[in-house]
Design a protein around this ligand. Structure first.
Ligand code: SAM
Length: 238
């Protein structure tokens, strides 16, 4: 269960309304029911559900069960998709250990409004289910040009380019040297209509950029995002 409170022995971590409803009315948990808690900073702690008045409840923290783990520093920059698909990307990228989800607005992006709050809730739920001890940061959409203007120089860019602009991703990542493997990374996925030429050119101007292919077929943007992230985690991250 993700809680905002600092976690230490004896802390009473307040639970929000949705969590109380889920525990009490969906899972029918009584007082004293065991809970596993994390806040993204202090590791995983065991606790018990304790009512506080008619509707409220807290998690009474008892002992630490896992040290805080650090997720590999990988961002996923992707053109937002229609609701069900973007929810799916948020959930699966969380399971795949992404650190930051950065929606990007490009020339062919079909969706210009993103419900960031809903994506954040999806990410929390996916982190709880996958038993991560951190929740990915979901950022507000940024125009690709803006994102690249302020690109952090130490972060390596892996551009998935279906126009055949680079080697297969597995070959490219397997050939990285130690410095590159230890660097922070970002995967960039284009919209359903693909990046336009100017966007590909601006992506290629980023220092240490790598353009890679994800196989001979054109993948939907959500498929491409998760294929690339899974490959990166398998060969570089985890
Ligand atoms: N330009 C494609 C077309 O006209 O059908 C559509 C782009 S594809 C649906 C969406 C994004 O997924 C692309 O911009 C790229 O980032 C990624 N992608 C899809 N298939 C890929 C592949 N085989 N290799 C590398 N990237 C791919």
């Amino acid at each position: 269960l993700f809680v905002a409170a600092d976690l230490a022995v004896g802390v009473e971590a307040p639970l929000d309304e949705a969590q109380v409803h889920y525990l009490r009315h969906v899972m029918r948990r009584p007082d004293g029911a065991p809970l596993l808690l994390f806040n993204g900073r202090d590791g995983e702690w065991r606790g018990t559900l304790e009512g506080r008045g008619k509707k409220a409840a807290v998690a009474q923290v008892t002992e630490r069960t896992r040290e805080q783990s650090v997720e590999p520093d990988i961002w996923l920059c992707f053109a937002p998709l229609k609701r069900a698909r973007i929810d799916y990307v948020a959930e699966k990228a969380t399971e795949l250990g992404v650190a930051v989800l950065q929606p990007i607005l490009t020339h062919h992006t079909i969706v210009d409004r993103v419900n960031v709050e809903r994506l954040r809730a999806n990410a929390v739920e996916a982190a709880e289910q996958t038993e991560r001890l951190s929740v990915p940061e979901v950022r507000v959409p940024l125009a690709l040009g803006r994102l690249l203007d302020g690109w952090p120089t130490e972060r390596r860019l892996l551009v998935c380019d279906e126009t055949g602009g680079g080697p297969p991703i597995a070959q490219a990542l397997a050939g990285l040297d130690e410095t590159a493997r230890a660097a922070p990374w970002a995967i960039v996925i284009g919209p359903e209509g693909g990046f336009d030429a100017a966007e590909l050119a601006s992506l290629r101007r980023i220092k240490d950029v790598m353009a890679v292919g994800l196989g001979p077929r054109i993948l939907r943007a959500d498929t491409a995002a998760l294929a690339a992230l899974a490959c990166w985690q398998a060969l570089v991250g985890d």
